[in-house]
Design a protein around this ligand. Structure first.
Ligand SMILES: Nc1nc2c(ncn2[C@@H]2O[C@H](COP(=O)(O)OP(=O)(O)O)[C@@H](O)[C@H]2O)c(=O)[nH]1
Ligand SMILES: [Mg+2]
Length: 353
């Protein structure tokens, strides 16, 4: 399962965010697996399509796709040299597939700030500097070895890419874009600068920092959120919640919008199965062959794969009945190399041994 790590300075609101996230989720009906294991939470990916499929198919159980969030302890300056248990926390962040950076933008005299003042962009840069410095250590070790013995084209290429990333990090840049194939090549290094990032500003009042003109946040995924507000919204209807968020200038769908954004940022898509008592959403990377998607459901389905019946969600919704869709030729037969599309509703035919 894909993992998302909450990163940021101490007292930014990471644990508050995590609590709101896992609490909101624990209440979702019919979902038996929500676990909250100290700082790891399995979180449901919001899914209107699954609800609609539920109305059409009427299964006993609707099972949404999930994603894992980890509440990681706060980083401080010097973390890359082991300051404040930095090595341990950095190792935790190396494990995640996406960093959700929680940044403090609330004033509260009773909650100390490790660097005394409220300055979201400075805080963001402190954290990314530590992550960047930790990456530079890894890159240096690798390039030293490669410079001595890079004698084939692949190694020379790897060295060139690492030199490029190093030059960008030294300039103070952090999320560095390179070709997908190069990203794949460097996967073993688990560099922070290669991980997708979403920035969430935890702001509780209107007096927040104006970030609308900041070039450093251009083209970045950013959300305005308030952990404090969310805690007080318990019990309100969804539309009331949206209104209150909007009146404060915050993202209107709160946590679920952020979870959705994480899912998209990870290039994940959902397909659906509707067999028997359970209709279920499954998450897979974009570009997955149907036989590999089948393996996710059960290994026998992949080894004994014969064919699949596939209908797009929008078609099924339009027709409103699976049987009718099939009778009228809207359910297509696909072989194992079919690439699953977001929203496909799939029935795998396989031989069990
Ligand atoms: N005033 C205010 N306090 C907050 C807000 N978010 C979190 N806090 C408080 O700040 C303190 C630190 O929050 P926590 O979530 O533990 O931060 P973490 O260290 O990043 O995990 C706690 O006492 C929270 O209740 C907020 O939006 N406004
Ligand atoms: Mg915490």
């Amino acid at each position: 399962m894909m993992k998302i790590g909450l990163v940021g300075l101490p007292n930014a609101g990471k644990s508050s965010f995590f609590n709101v996230l896992t609490k909101a989720n624990a209440k979702v009906e019919l979902y038996p697996y929500t676990t909250i294991d100290k700082n790891v939470g399995t979180v449901i990916v919001p899914d209107e399509r699954l609800q609609i499929i539920g109305n059409i198919i009427k299964p006993k159980v609707l099972t949404p796709a999930t994603i894992e969030f980890i509440d990681i302890a706060g980083l401080v300056k010097g973390a890359h040299q082991g300051e404040g248990l930095g090595n341990k926390f950095l190792a935790d962040i190396r494990e995640v597939d996406l960093m959700l950076h929680i940044i403090r933008d609330f004033e509260d005299e009773t909650i100390p700030h490790i660097y005394n003042t409220i300055d979201p962009i400075r805080d963001l840069e402190i954290v990314e500097t530590e992550l960047g410095l930790a990456d530079l250590d890894i890159i240096k070790k690798n390039t030293e070895t490669l410079r001595k013995k890079a004698d084939n084209p692949e190694e020379k290429h790897r060295l060139a890419i690492l030199d490029y990333i190093e030059s960008q990090l030294i300039k103070g840049l952090f999320s560095i874009s390179i070709e997908q194939a190069d990203r794949q090549m460097l996967k073993d290094l688990n560099l922070f600068a290669m991980k997708p990032v979403i920035y969430t500003f935890n702001c509780s009042d209107k007096n927040r920092t104006d970030m609308s003109n900041l070039t450093s946040l251009k083209n970045k995924d950013t959300f305005l959120f308030s952990a404090l507000l969310e805690q007080s919204l318990d019990g309100f209807e969804d539309n009331e919640k949206s209104e209150m968020r909007q009146s404060l200038g915050l993202a209107s769908d709160g946590i679920s919008g952020i979870v959705e954004a994480c899912f998209k940022k990870l290039n994940l898509i959902r397909f659906y199965t509707i067999k028997g008592d359970e209709s279920r959403a499954w998450s897979i990377p974009q570009g997955t062959h149907i036989v590999d998607a089948a393996a996710k459901i059960h290994s026998d389905m992949a080894t004994g794969f014969i064919k699949a019946e596939v209908i797009a969600f929008s078609e099924l919704q339009k027709i409103g009945n699976y049987h009718n869709a099939k009778e009228t030729g809207h359910v297509l037969i696909e072989g194992k190399n079919y690439i699953v599309k977001d929203g496909d509703v799939i029935l795998i035919k396989f031989s069990a041994h």
